[in-house]
Design a protein around this ligand. Structure first.
Ligand code: NAD
Length: 357
C-alpha cells in the first residue's frame, strides 16, 4: 500500500490532478498495486478554507506519505495578499524547504507526434531529450528580502546566496544522472557577473575534476543558454542550474515539446518526493476543460519510477501518452489541423483506455 498525498491546489490543478489519479488507479488495477490517496489543502484553496496557504495538516500529511502529487497553486484572487501569504511564497517555497526537496528534475522530451506542434522548426527540435536539474531550495527565491523607503522612492532587495554544499549536492546529482544518459552535463550560471555563480562554477569544475571526469562538461552563461536552448536543443543532455535560472529556462524549454502542458517534474532530495507539472494554475483557462493533463499524468509516471521503483508501469504510462498523441488526440494547447480536439477529462479517459489495452 503506497500512501499518496494529493494536493490539487488552485485553477487547473483541480482539473488535472484527478486525471493523474485516474491513470494511477488504472495502473493499480493492471499491476495489482495499491494506492491510498489523502487529499490536502494548499495554496489559495487553503487560504480560503483555513486562512493559511500551507496548513499544518497538509505539511504533516506530506511528511507521513510515501509520495506527493501536486497540481498548481495561485491565481488573481490571492495576488493582492501580503507576500508571505501568497500561494507560491507561502505554500510552495516552505513545502520544498520543509521537505528538503533540493532537486527539481524536469524532463523535456519531444514526442514525435508533436514535432510540428511547436513554434520552432521540426529540424531544430527533432530528437530533443533534455533533463534539467534545477536547484530548488536555495538561491534568490530563498534569500533575504527587504524594502526600504528612500528620499526619492523605495529600494527593494533580493539576496542571491549559494553555499559550496548546495552546489555540490545538485551538481553531483547531475553528473550521476548524466552517466545513465548521454554523459553530458551543461552547467548554467552567470559567472561573468554574479559572485554566487562564480562559486557555482568553481564548485562544479572541482567536482568534475575530482570525481566525474568521465562525464563531458560545458558551462554556459544563462543568457547564452537561453539562446542555445532554441538554437541547438537536441545537443543538450543534462542541464544543471540555479533555482531562478532553472525556473525560467524550463518554461522556455517547454516550447520545444509543444506546450508547457507536456512538462512533468519530480522534486527530490528529502525522505518523500513531490511530483507536479512544471506549469502553474493557468487561471486564463481554468474551469473550462481546456487544460492539458499530460504533464501531470507524466509526473505520476515519474512517481512510479522514482518513489516506488515501478519502472515497467511508468513506461506503460509514457507509452500510452505517446499512443494517445499518435492517434491524433489533442487538448487545445497542442491542437493541430486534422487532429481530434478533446477536453481534460476525455484526455485522461483515453490514456486509461490505452493503458487497459
Ligand atoms: P502558468 O504556467 O499557469 O500559465 C502560463 C500559460 O500556459 C497560460 O497561457 C496557460 O493557459 C498555459 N498553460 C499552463 N498550463 C497549461 C496546461 N496544463 N494546459 C494548457 N495550457 C497551459 O503561468 P502564469 O500564468 O505565469 O501563472 C498563473 C498562476 O500560477 C500564478 O498565480 C502563478 O503564481 C502560479 N504559478 C504556480 C506554479 C506552481 O504551482 N508550481 C508555477 C508557476 C506559476
Amino acid at each position: 500500500m503506497h500512501k499518496i498525498a494529493v494536493l490539487p491546489g488552485d485553477g487547473i490543478g483541480v482539473e488535472i490532478v484527478p486525471e493523474a489519479v485516474k491513470v494511477l488507479n488504472k495502473i493499480g488495477e493492471i499491476y495489482g498495486y495499491e494506492f491510498e490517496y489523502t487529499e490536502g489543502l494548499i495554496g489559495g484553496a487553503a487560504i480560503d478554507a483555513t486562512g493559511k496557504p500551507l496548513p499544518e495538516e497538509t505539511l504533516s500529511l506530506c511528511k507521513s506519505s510515501d509520495a506527493i502529487l501536486l497540481g498548481a497553486v495561485g491565481g488573481p484572487k490571492w495576488d493582492s495578499l501580503p507576500v508571505a501569504m501568497r500561494p507560491e511564497v507561502g505554500a510552495l517555497l516552505p513545502l520544498r524547504k520543509e521537505l528538503k526537496l533540493y532537486a527539481n528534475v524536469r524532463p523535456c522530451v519531444l514526442f514525435d507526434a508533436l514535432a510540428d506542434a511547436s513554434t520552432l522548426k521540426r529540424e531544430v527540435i527533432e530528437g530533443v531529450d533534455i533533463l534539467t536539474i534545477r536547484e530548488l531550495t536555495g538561491g534568490i527565491y530563498f534569500g533575504g528580502k527587504s524594502r526600504e523607503k528612500t528620499e526619492t522612492g523605495e529600494t527593494a532587495t533580493d539576496m542571491m546566496t549559494y553555499t559550496t554544499e548546495e552546489v555540490e549536492r545538485i551538481a553531483r546529482l547531475a553528473f550521476q544522472v548524466a552517466r545513465t544518459r548521454k554523459g553530458r552535463v551543461t552547467s548554467v550560471d552567470k559567472a561573468n557577473v554574479l559572485e554566487s555563480s562564480r562559486l557555482w562554477r568553481e564548485t562544479v569544475i572541482r567536482l568534475h575534476e575530482t570525481e566525474y571526469s568521465d562525464v563531458a562538461l560545458e558551462h554556459l552563461y544563462v543568457d547564452n543558454a537561453a539562446m542555445q536552448l532554441i538554437l541547438r536543443p537536441s545537443s543538450l543532455d543534462v542541464v544543471v542550474t540555479t533555482n531562478m535560472f532553472g525556473d525560467i529556462l524550463t518554461d522556455q524549454a517547454s516550447v520545444l515539446t509543444g506546450s508547457i502542458g507536456m512538462l512533468p517534474s519530480a522534486s527530490l532530495g528529502g525522505e518523500v518526493a513531490l511530483y507536479e507539472p512544471a506549469h502553474g494554475s493557468a487561471p486564463d483557462i481554468a474551469g473550462q476543460g481546456k487544460a492539458n493533463p499530460l504533464a501531470t499524468i507524466l509526473s505520476a509516471a515519474m512517481m512510479l519510477k522514482y518513489s516506488f521503483e515501478y519502472e515497467e508501469a511508468a513506461k506503460k504510462i509514457e507509452d500510452a501518452v505517446e499512443e494517445y498523441l499518435n492517434r491524433g488526440y489533442r487538448t487545445p494547447d497542442i491542437m493541430q489541423e486534422g487532429m481530434q480536439l478533446v477536453d481534460t477529462q476525455t484526455a485522461g479517459d483515453l490514456i486509461c483506455e490505452i493503458i487497459g489495452g
